[in-house]
Design a protein around this ligand. Structure first.
Ligand code: HEC
Ligand code: HEC
Length: 191
């Protein structure tokens, strides 16, 4: 009896550990339509990156960029490199603002990938992230409602020397005294 229990326990353990060591690959959704330009509500999502057990291990952001894409920004606090790559949105049938949509993105150079379900009505997204050569993690994020959050998102990727895309030296310097000026000259979704 005891041995049986032990075997059972070890098998469950092996499955649990095995799932972490060999995570299911994150693949582009099949049979869904791309939502051009992404969801109608362009406010950014801010949240946490977590281990599969739920321990917070970093910051997660999903936001539209003035370059026309939506992108994720993943900032692990556990020493892994920060990363950012474009994502696309997918829907079953025609896009409407009340449907669940799927988010998928991958960095073709590094092989990182993410996939998420996004609840447009609730402003919530939750999904999985595969870093390079590390265990899969997951994230959950909430859509920001205050009107200055889109511009805060721009700043997280563009203001400062140590960001994913620092503003070039020739760029108008007005943002140095007011980081919220982006929309005087840019829009949230390109231009
Ligand atoms: C998650 C990170 C991220 C966020 C958020 C973000 N950007 Fe970007 N942005 C980038 C990256 C990376 C590039 C470079 C894209 C490339 O070259 O493919 C870029 C490019 C741009 C460009 C250049 C486009 C071009 O065609 O040369 C502009 C303008 C821009 N962003 C403005 C903004 C504005 C305005 C916001 C806020 C609404 C914003 N970005 C938010 C990461 C971000
Ligand atoms: C006073 C106008 C103005 C403001 C304010 C402004 N920009 Fe720009 N930005 C420009 C112009 C002009 C360009 C060059 C556009 C081009 O090359 O087509 C530019 C280009 C960029 C680029 C592309 C840089 C590259 O390497 O090609 C990014 C990224 C960008 N802006 C982000 C921002 C962000 C983020 C903010 C807010 C913090 C901001 N800008 C505020 C005028 C502005």
């Amino acid at each position: 009896m005891r041995t049986t229990h032990r075997v059972l326990f070890l098998s469950v353990l092996a499955i649990a550990v095995g799932c972490n060591l060999f995570p299911t690959p994150i693949l582009p959704p099949a049979g869904l339509n791309i939502v051009p330009g992404g969801p109608a509500n362009t406010n950014p999502y801010f949240g946490k990156l977590r281990t599969t057990q739920g321990t917070p291990i970093g910051e997660f952001m999903l936001a539209s960029c003035g370059c026309g894409d939506w992108r994720v920004l993943i900032e692990p606090s556990n020493g892994l490199a920060r990363s950012s790559f474009p994502v696309q949105f997918y829907t079953q049938g025609d896009y409407t603002t009340d449907k669940m949509v799927t988010v998928f993105g991958e960095d073709e150079e590094s092989g990182e990938a993410m996939s998420a379900a996004l609840n447009q009505l609730e402003g919530l997204t939750t999904g999985v992230y595969q870093p390079v050569g590390e265990m899969q993690s997951r994230f959950d994020a909430t859509r920001g409602d205050s009107h200055n959050q889109p511009v805060e998102a721009c700043g997280k990727c563009h203001i400062g020397d140590d960001t994913v895309y620092p503003l070039p030296p020739w760029h108008p310097q007005k943002y140095k005294t007011n980081p919220n000026v982006c929309f005087e000259c840019h829009t949230v979704n390109g231009g």
